[in-house]
Design a protein around this ligand. Sequence first.
Ligand code: FPP
Length: 277
Amino acid sequence: MHPSGTLRIHELTAEERTVYSTLKPECLPEHVAIIMDGNGRWAGRRSLKRFLGHQQGAKSVQLVTETASRIGLPWLTLYAFSLENNLRRPRAEVSFLMRLLKSYLESNVQRMMDNNVRIRYIGRTHELPPEVQDKMRWAEETTAENTGTTLTLALNYGGRSELVDAFRGLAAEVKNKNLTPDRISEEDIHRHLYTAHMPDPDLLIRTSGEMRISNYLLWQIAYTEIFVTERLWPDFRGIHLLEAIADYQRRERRYGGLGESGGEVEDHPERIKIVAG
Ligand code: FPP
């Protein structure tokens, strides 16, 4: 279900409107997730420090979110800081990213209000510096009543650690005798994920060309369509989100079934021989 009354197509740029006019509004994805990669390369190609790539990347976050809100996309989930980033990047870069997050929230909450955007987070956010957590809470509370796009930032997030946290929650339920192991279902696992309140992503976009999932939303992307672009994240704009959605709309989603064009399956004689033999 799309949030009510949030379509603001007239606010798209002329170029965005041209791409939007090729879309089928009734088949828009409900949830788009993005692996924002390439900030360092963007800076390197300009002989700039990596930090400036991240700074430019934060601008893309805001612009892409605003386009998402104008087309009434209900859920946008961005991989902003992974557990691995936290553990494996130089301390100076990690603390820059934390300061950038704080200043991003300070300077963009008003724009989120203007765009009816609600901000939330997933990940082990309790391990982030307290002053960052305070700012995050402030932004979440300030935007809590907004009914348009929910922008979820994955922060100190890892897909495997999310599953570990979910299994810990399930184990506690078993221990408290609220659940027996033989009755654990996919739904029970889903209930314990950070994303329990949202639908699975329909479309996963990765910028900068690498064909990796990088520990992002491992459970949730079981049937997600993947779109990889060579474009570096700091160069990614709303129009590129719309182009990715256009590509997504040309695909046939099958969820393990045969889809609309696959009604007839001929048994191939050789296949029968292999199976029988
Ligand atoms: C990858 O670039 C990107 C990240 C480390 C995370 C994304 C961070 C931002 C977009 C900036 C801040 C975001 C917010 C919400 C304020 P990379 O450094 O891995 O690029 P590279 O692979 O080219 O080195």
